[in-house]
Design a protein around this ligand. Sequence first.
Ligand SMILES: [Zn+2]
Length: 282
Amino acid sequence: MENHASVQTAELLQQVKKLLKNTPNMIEAVAFESLKLQFKLTDLQLVHILINELNQFSIAPISDFHVIAIALEQTDIGSRIYFGANLEFDKQALSLVVHAEQSAIHNAWLHGAKKIDILAINEAPCGFCRQFINEIPTQLQPKIFLNAQLTNFSDYLPNSFGPADLNIEQPFMSTLKKAETLEEQCFASYAPYTGNQSACEITLDDGHTVFGRYIENAAFNPSLSPLQAALNQVQLYLGCSGYEQITAIRVMQSRAHANQEGITRAITQMICPEINVEFDYY
Ligand SMILES: [Zn+2]
């Protein structure tokens, strides 16, 4: 019986890896539903296998602690999933690290998810991530799926501090803006505390372009910078850091009480010093 199960899992993973060649950071609803039917699995059973078996995304040269997260959005035609993984920068400050939960949420939001119904993780969410998730307003907060158990997010963060405490009228993910160009990504970013609307575009040597959108947080520190977000998209696209494949980086932002230029220059000088980052203001 166990042998049969492991053969099934191996087959499933093989098919998932094939799908990821076309859509590297997500699985569309039609494909996800077809996997469920073929392998006789529920949403949660399938997601459980993927977060525990699919380890190709995480980059953790410092901690060797690999975290995978999946944001699941239920739609009219079935469930769609978006991957997320932690990203560490070797020999650099720990404050640059992107956590898997941030990665999955940004990935889903960037690609048009209207909501996240379930956030599945292979390790318990740290305090930083609980605060990051809390930027999503209560009525839209995902359920957390951990150790095969589904729990309300509010159980993870009682007496929380969030956007409602600062009277934010349009919290994170409460409005959806379609964005294709860097300028549109910039307008679609989430910067209610500083007004520093910003986004980053990274071009790779195969011509592929990824974006990263700024996400601010009521507690400030768990904010995700546009460059971190875009580098995380490179990671989800290539399955590796791929810094040597970067040919151009552009950052667009508004002038405000926060600014992305200093941190972007500092990070790029460390990881791809030959790239001249282009900064645009509007
Ligand atoms: Zn975390």
